[in-house]
Design a protein around this ligand. Structure first.
Ligand code: ADP
Length: 152
């Protein structure tokens, strides 16, 4: 069985924390699909096209990483892409509680898809896309927190 992980998120924009999770998970999987979830009810700072371009650029040197976008339920998108794992990053106990409730419901709906978590590297634990957007909106330098493929 091929081990295919689905790494869903908004990536608005993709950060060093996101990049680090994918790179550290690479040895564990045959393929990692970084999946941009598009929620039509949500407003984003950057367009889906822009966010996808940055994600693709970040992982251009890694043939095991695929980049897609999807709408609707994550487990449905996993089934479509034949992913048998959902990969998530954990920064703190809030992330854990939030992720746990989603993972438990997903497990009930799709028992063949396991959710796996990696702890954030301490260096990136404070980073959130929300704070990055705040820095950018206030003309600060967000560069140290942005994934390698992001060019503002
Ligand atoms: P969502 O809108 O689903 O929360 P995000 O783009 O914010 O999407 O995050 C996608 C995934 O990356 C989530 O599992 C989140 O916990 C994780 N993540 C976010 N920031 C970091 C970080 N600094 N380090 C590690 N993982 C992170």
């Amino acid at each position: 069985m091929k081990r295919i992980a689905f790494f869903p998120g908004s990536f608005d924009p993709i950060s060093r924390g996101h990049e680090d999770i994918v790179l550290r998970a690479l040895p564990l999987f045959d393929e990692i699909i970084v999946a941009l979830g598009v929620n039509t009810a949500k407003t984003y700072m950057y367009s889906a096209e822009q966010r996808l371009e940055w994600i693709k650029k970040t992982f251009v040197d890694y043939p095991k990483v695929k980049v897609v976008s999807y709408q609707g339920l994550t487990i449905k998108a996993c089934e479509k892409h034949k992913a048998n794992f959902i990969l998530r990053g954990l920064r703190n106990s809030n992330d854990y509680e939030y992720e746990k409730s989603i993972a438990l419901m997903n497990q009930e709906m799709a028992p063949n898809i396991e959710t796996l978590y990696l702890n954030t590297a301490p260096k990136w634990a404070a980073i959130s896309s929300t704070s990055i957007r705040d820095i950018i909106k206030n003309q600060g330098n967000a560069e140290p927190f942005l994934a390698s493929g992001v060019q503002l």
